[in-house]
Design a protein around this ligand. Structure first.
Ligand SMILES: Nc1ncnc2c1ncn2[C@@H]1O[C@H](COP(=O)(O)OP(=O)(O)OP(=O)(O)O)[C@@H](O)[C@H]1O
Ligand SMILES: [Mg+2]
Length: 423
């Protein structure tokens, strides 16, 4: 990583999830990023990744930011945030540019991408435009095109858009909590930063962030992002199924799910019994196989939705070599094995530790990680620190690796438009 000796930057990643709001604070220096704190609180104002109650969301954000400020002793004004929700869409677009001074510069790429003429309905916003392929004078460029000599550069990109109201509400929640948003990206892109190895991004990989309310997918190949999508299914659906199927409160169903999350493939556990607290408060014994009968169809539905996504990815000509599942619901025991058996691809659980282990690579890394933070529920918040540091590091070089164009009007427009709340 190329970074000046004296450089130090305070970074804050705020993950506003369906089940929890999490803030990771880190310090970026030439040695990498050192995490100073990770705090979480329950998320009370979101459904399926989208804000449905501004006041509850603002209160939860304020609480977790206050906790982080107390813990680190430093005030927090600026945050990097990640967005999700089934309103998010990624669409492929192409653009071309003639190289100004014979050699490609990042400025050539930025200018070309900024000039993309993309018709977007008024109810949607562009979140990010990310280049995915570079073709220089008709030949595909596998590595970074910056510095190469050529005449004409064709660029394929993904335009990531989302519902204006959903994005405005999220931004408004941060604003009311007294925070300035420094940068915004997708949850899947942030989680990829924390959990993927550079070789995986090169060889082709789908990261699947299975959270409480949504499943966020991002695909990388030849080092570049190639595809994004969001499915409105998460761990809460498993919990709801148990709650309805067994007549339990959501909290009790959640407890039972996490305590017995070894159920999917474990033969011996199927014959045992477990205690459950019914809504009336009575304890009842039920065969553990009842859990299996409820959870397995949902797991199979999840995997069949992933299979459909993989078919779409394949049709786009993107071949992947493996899958990483992250997010809290990836911890549902054996879901990874079930997915691997059905999808015929290697599947591993993505832990943020991967970003410590790539110290010798050119990607941003963490200097260390406490064992209690090495949990897939922190992939997005930790990934936001790495994503944010990426922008600073590459800002020092001329490289295309992290060029993502954001509509500069996004923040101005959304701040001035706030007033209605209408998800
Ligand atoms: N050990 C575990 N076994 C099974 N499920 C788990 C476990 N730990 C957490 N979960 C589930 O993970 C989900 C929460 O994951 P996560 O914290 O990644 O979601 P989120 O970021 O709040 O939501 P989203 O990303 O959908 O907005 C919950 O449904 C929870 O039940
Ligand atoms: Mg999440």
């Amino acid at each position: 990583m190329i970074i000046k000796k004296s450089f130090k930057k305070h970074l804050v990643g705020l993950d506003i999830g369906t089940t929890k709001i999490c803030v990771a604070v880190g310090e970026l220096s030439k040695n990498g990023i050192t995490i100073t704190s990770i705090n979480t609180t329950s998320s009370l104002g979101l459904k399926k990744g989208t804000v449905i109650n501004i006041e509850s969301t603002v209160n939860s954000i304020r609480k977790v930011i206050n906790d982080a400020e107390r813990f680190t002793g430093k005030p927090i004004h600026e945050v990097l945030i990640a967005v999700t929700g089934s309103h998010i869409k990624g669409e492929q677009v192409s653009t071309s540019t003639y190289i100004k001074n014979d050699e490609v510069t990042s400025q050539d790429i930025e200018t070309a991408i900024s000039s993309i003429n993309f018709n977007i309905p008024p109810e949607r916003e562009i979140l990010q435009i990310v280049p995915t392929d570079f073709i220089l004078d008709g030949a595909s460029v596998i590595s970074d095109p910056v510095g190469l000599s050529g005449f004409k550069l064709d660029i394929n990109s993904i335009i990531i858009t989302g519902s204006s109201i959903a994005i405005q509400n999220l931004i408004e929640c941060c604003r009311r909590a007294g925070l300035e948003i420094k940068d915004i990206t997708l949850q899947s892109i942030a989680s990829a930063e924390a959990t993927l190895y550079p070789e995986e991004k090169k060889n082709g990989i789908a990261i699947i962030d299975l959270g409480g309310g949504t499943t966020d997918i991002a695909v990388y190949k030849d080092d570049y992002l190639k595809y994004v999508s969001v499915i409105a299914l998460g761990g809460n659906h498993f919990t709801n199924d148990l709650s309805i199927g067994l007549g339990l409160t959501f909290q009790e169903a959640e407890r039972i799910k996490i305590k017995n999350s070894n159920i999917l493939l474990s033969e011996e556990s199927k014959n045992s019994e477990i205690d459950i607290y019914e809504i009336s408060g009575q304890i009842k014994k039920i065969p553990q196989k009842y859990l299996l009968e409820i959870l397995l169809p949902r797991a199979e539905e999840f995997i069949s939705l992933i299979k459909k996504e993989l078919t779409k990815i394949n049709k786009l000509g993107i071949n992947i070599g493996s899958i990483v599942m992250t997010g809290g619901a990836s911890l549902l025991h054996s879901l990874d094995k079930l997915a691997q058996a059905t999808l015929s691809l290697p599947v591993r659980i993505g832990y943020p530790k991967a970003s410590v282990l790539r110290k010798n690579s050119s990607r941003p890394f963490l200097t260390d990680l406490l064992p209690e933070h090495n949990n897939p529920i922190y992939s997005t918040s930790i990934g936001l620190l790495l994503y944010g540091s990426d922008q600073y590091i590459y800002a020092e070089e001329d490289s295309s690796a992290t060029i993502t164009i954001k509509m500069s009007s996004l923040f101005k427009k959304t701040f001035s438009k706030i007033g209605g709340f209408n998800v």
